[in-house]
Write a protein that binds this ligand. Sequence first.
Ligand SMILES: Cc1cc2nc3c(=O)[nH]c(=O)nc-3n(C[C@H](O)[C@H](O)[C@H](O)COP(=O)(O)OP(=O)(O)OC[C@H]3O[C@@H](n4cnc5c(N)ncnc54)[C@H](O)[C@@H]3O)c2cc1C
Length: 380
Amino acid sequence: MQIIQYAEEHRIFREAVRRFFEKEVTPHVDEWEEAGIVPRSMWKKMGDQGFLCMDVPEEYGGLGADFLYSVILTEELARTNHTGLAAPLHSNIVVPYISSFASEDLKKKYLPGCVSGETITAIAMTEPNTGSDLAAIRTTAVDEGDEVIINGQKTFISNGLNCDLLVLAAKDPAVENPYQGIDLYLVEAGTSGFEKGKKIKKVGWHSQDTAELFFSDCRIPKTNRLGRKGDGFMMLMEKLQQERLMCCIIAVAAAEYMLEITIRYCKERTAFGRPISKFQNSQFRIVEMSTEVKLGRTFVDKLIMDHMEGAKVVVEVSMAKYWTTEMAMRVADGCVQLHGGYGYCEEYPIARAWRDMRVLSIFAGTNEIMKGIAAKFMGL
Ligand SMILES: Cc1cc2nc3c(=O)[nH]c(=O)nc-3n(C[C@H](O)[C@H](O)[C@H](O)COP(=O)(O)OP(=O)(O)OC[C@H]3O[C@@H](n4cnc5c(N)ncnc54)[C@H](O)[C@@H]3O)c2cc1C
């Protein structure tokens, strides 16, 4: 029995997305990996197809589509074996802060561009001195008249160079309790005092323009604050469930993809006069990995349904984030081994997949933080 009951429209959508990615994305991935960034025109193409921010209500230019469309798009994107075109980050992680917490004026101003692909978004929480401990951020936001003055630095920001609009976490230094002092602000690229720094050279995720960002007396309208003053930390906590669930969806879809290409390889490659797939060790490894992938798929599909029903599944999502990302890393490693020397060569897709999997256990809350959250909720 399928846990997720996809409708015919969902299936048609998956076909359309897959065809679009095969034509418009996959042929360009090597070029983007080399360039270290995805061209902005690609975001526009995604928008033209209606593939961005699909859940945004129609009045702001979206489709008002259910979450399953985002799940499908994310799964299909994982099959393109690259991470630069971070549509799930934009559509399902950053823009929901605007849809949920921005004023009507801000929604009208920004959401249509987010949907069309003219506005690329990013979220900036992490700083050089703090990542896991969000309450310890040092970037400040000080009210002055109708404006807010921002000073500080962010790092590791995905879409950092391409972004036109940033959801920025900053603290009011006058508020002592760190959990009540954090706010989220919308900051436009090009605002005086907001500078994009260098692109970070990473071990993987080569087509992703991860960057440092700097704020020096950057003035934005006070009306660009999301929600009520002091609610920033709470808003982040509320949205992190979906962010982490997106990680799980990527991890499972990527593991399925890696396994698929590895099984194909093992059937084609021969040694000692027979296909690699005929060795008992290869069969056992493939069966072991398939079992793990199926466990991950079952767990994550159940959480997708729970999430869509509005259930609070913080503990389960934290568990799934740590388990599925580590599972994807184990699968990546096992698949490289079955490719032999070719698994270590750039020409073979498994090499990039292996490299790209490594970060999944680090961002969106490290896996140690995930276990800490689960332990706390379990009353340990
Ligand atoms: C490719 C990439 C993209 C990213 N994109 C973004 C983005 O778009 N926006 C953004 O804001 N950030 C982004 N990040 C940052 C990412 O979220 C942080 O790197 C992550 O939260 C960890 O923070 P840190 O690097 O400061 O590590 P630290 O917090 O210094 O952690 C170092 C180690 O200590 C462990 N540790 C820390 N605290 C505890 C604890 N309480 N219990 C047990 N162990 C602990 C950690 O688990 C880790 O193993 C990105 C990072 C990468 C690498």
